[in-house]
Design a protein. Structure first.
Lengths: 237, 420
């Protein structure tokens, strides 16, 4: 089991206590391509933050690749994120004053990899995603789809256990969204990378093999979707 | 390290105007610090340089005028030192402490004449040690030697100023000439160096000669000696007190009368001058650092704004695995870089200003009538100050970056990612 959550609770205490996650039990195997669906306020972003070790939880346990992730120091959390998790964000989150290749290199910089080595590796991943010609461009010189591909290259470069994609198509047009989802699907099928996509779009969720519905802080239905028949409309509304 | 500078260079490039304005405050602070220290050094060099010519590492004792009645004597009595004071000074109780005791006779004004030209002098019988103890520098010839003392030689040493008036030309030209002191001819054996700011007119002759011709009493004008033992100011003061009490006893001076004899301690004069110069230098550093603080606050302020603006970026960095320490390092390094680069610009301009000061004000001498004083002598700062200033800049940069860096390192990644 790659991801194992047992009875995870999370309450925010901003003035009024807000019980966001009310006992999450979730298992995700290595090599799965999963989506987490839910309306806004359902707790899906909180769940993703906990999975990504960006946030902590109050009760329960979370094991990632056999390691208990609980009460980590900032420093430990940073190291785990660096080595085990690759993030893909809705707004890409590239650093604007760094070129594509420098952005991709950054996680390796924090691992202390030498300049030459990480540059070579970053170029390799950019090539894999068809961005060789764009490697020395800044994010503001690229289209949304290109930026998201740079972000995916950055997520892949440390060869993490999981890729966490938070609304990866949220800022993209429908054509580009399809391309990005196909890219993620290809990475899952060809390289066996475990990918978790958080979305509120049924069409996007339908591209994944398993759809986990979350509502009011608890896991609802878990749909097996290997035939991709959960949604019969176009991928994007 | 190279990575870090690459990162910093790109952020600074993106905020040129802001960086320049911030940096200016630091440059200005360091510029003023260097100018202050340079001018301070110049003043001190001038002060010390002028003093060094007169202060020797020796103690001179002279009779003075009492200020208290004692043992049946009235106050206001003039104390005249004599041979018993020499015996006391050379006595066994001071063995190992007092050495090289010498004395000079009473003195009197005299007119020196050569080939019809005359000049005033101040005649005094001295021992050979006098030259060293009074810091006389020979311009030509030799000083009075033990043979002159032994043989009551009619020889004299005059100042360069006197030599020039008696016989224009090089001082060496007058060596060997016989000049008249009143009716008695003396042979010039040496000329001591004086410059335009020097007003010394003393014309030393052998102690024994003076005694024979001018003053057969055992009166002396002063006793000069070196001491061995007292090191600190307190030890010197204790020595002066102990030594002085003996002299006071010999002359029936009240033990608590500080006016009866005059002890001129060259050692403590030097110590006090060094202390004064240390104090001045410290005051200048404090002034300079206070000026620099405004620059540092400026850098700190800008770094706070930078951190706020870059919160989202730090969120990204943290999400992909930057440890809090990395963020801390990034901000502090940036702060030090700004401070150091602009600090060095300020230091360089400051040093140029010091050189200009040296070439202009430093070359000017102020005429005080009796002597001329060069106001600033070499008003520049040395490598040691440059190194100290570098250290100061690094500390300043670290301090300026510390609070912003701490804020940046502390922010939670999800909050940082949410920030725009």
């Amino acid at each position: 089991m790659l991801i194992e959550l047992k009875g995870v609770h999370k309450t925010y205490n901003n003035g009024q206590p807000l019980h966001v996650l009310k006992g999450i039990d979730l298992n995700i195997e290595k090599g799965e391509f999963v989506s987490i669906m839910g309306a806004s306020g359902s707790g899906k972003s909180t769940l993703l933050n906990i999975l990504g070790i960006l946030d902590n939880y109050d009760e329960g346990t979370y094991h990632l690749a056999g390691t208990l992730i609980k009460d980590l120091s900032e420093r430990q959390a940073a190291d785990y994120r660096n080595r085990m998790i690759g993030f893909v964000f809705q707004s890409f989150n590239l650093i604007s004053f760094k070129t594509a290749v420098e952005n991709v290199e950054l996680p390796l910089y924090y691992q202390g990899v030498s300049r030459k080595e990480r540059h070579a590796k970053a170029m390799e991943y950019l090539e894999k995603l068809g961005l060789t010609d764009w490697s020395h461009h800044f994010p503001n010189e690229m289209s949304g789809g290109q930026k998201q591909r740079v972000a995916i290259a950055r997520a892949l470069i440390t060869q993490p256990q999981i890729i966490l994609a938070d609304e990866p198509t949220g800022a993209l047009d429908s054509k580009t969204s399809v391309e990005v989802m196909q890219l993620l699907k290809r990475l899952n099928q060809e390289d066996g990378i475990t990918i978790i996509v958080v979305t509120h779009e049924s069409g996007v969720a339908n591209e994944t093999d398993k759809i986990i519905h979350i509502k009011d802080g608890i896991i609802g239905e878990i749909e097996e979707n290997t035939r991709h028949t959960a949604w019969d409309g176009p991928m994007m509304k | 390290m190279r990575e870090l500078f690459h990162e910093i260079a790109s952020t600074l490039r993106n905020n040129k105007l802001r960086t320049a304005l911030t940096g200016f405050a630091v440059s200005w602070g360091i510029f003023l610090l260097i100018c202050l220290l340079g001018a301070g050094n110049g003043l001190m060099n001038s002060f010390m340089g002028n003093m060094e010519d007169y202060i020797s590492q020796s103690i001179t004792v002279e009779g003075w005028r009492t200020s208290k009645p004692y043992a049946g004597y009235q106050e206001g009595r003039i104390i005249q030192l004599d041979q018993q004071d020499i015996r006391y000074t050379k006595g066994t109780q001071w063995e190992g402490i007092i050495e090289n005791v010498s004395s000079s006779t009473t003195s009197q004004s005299a007119t020196l004449s050569l080939n019809g030209k005359t000049v005033n002098g101040w005649l005094m019988g001295v021992m050979p040690d006098y030259m060293e103890q009074q810091k006389l520098k020979l311009a030509a010839g030799r000083f009075i030697n033990p043979a002159d003392i032994r043989e009551n030689g009619k020889v004299i040493v005059i100042s360069a100023a006197q030599a020039k008036e008696l016989l224009p030309g090089e001082p060496a030209g007058i060596i060997g000439k016989w000049i008249n002191l009143g009716a008695i001819p003396f042979r010039v054996v040496g000329v001591y160096h004086t410059d335009e700011r020097d007003y010394r007119r003393t014309t030393p002759v052998p102690y024994s000669t003076y005694k024979v011709i001018y003053d057969s009493s055992d009166k002396i004008e002063s006793i000069t000696f070196n001491v061995n033992g007292p090191q600190t100011l307190e030890q010197h003061q204790a020595f002066e007190k102990a030594y002085g009490s003996g002299i006071k006893r010999l002359h029936s001076i009240a033990p608590d009368d500080n006016r009866g004899i005059w002890i001129n301690n060259g050692y403590t004069d030097n110590m006090q001058m060094n202390k004064a110069s240390r104090l001045i230098r410290r005051a200048l550093w404090i002034l300079g650092i206070l000026t620099l603080i405004s620059g540092i606050v400026g850098v700190s302020n800008i770094m706070l704004i930078t951190v706020k603006e870059r919160t989202h970026e730090f969120g990204i960095r943290k999400a992909i695995g930057a440890r809090p320490g990395e963020i801390l390092k990034l901000i502090i390094a940036e702060s030090i870089t700004i401070t150091a680069i602009f600090g060095y610009i300020g230091m360089f301009i400051g040093m140029v200003a010091c050189q200009i000061m040296d070439k202009t004000v430093g070359q000017r001498a102020v005429d005080l009538g009796v002597e001329k004083i060069q106001m600033l002598v070499n008003p520049t700062v040395g490598l040691d100050i440059a190194l100290e200033a570098t250290l100061l800049l690094i500390i300043a940069g670290t301090l300026a970056g510390a609070i912003p860096a701490w804020k940046a390192a502390r922010v939670k990644p999800i909050e940082a990612l949410r920030a725009e």
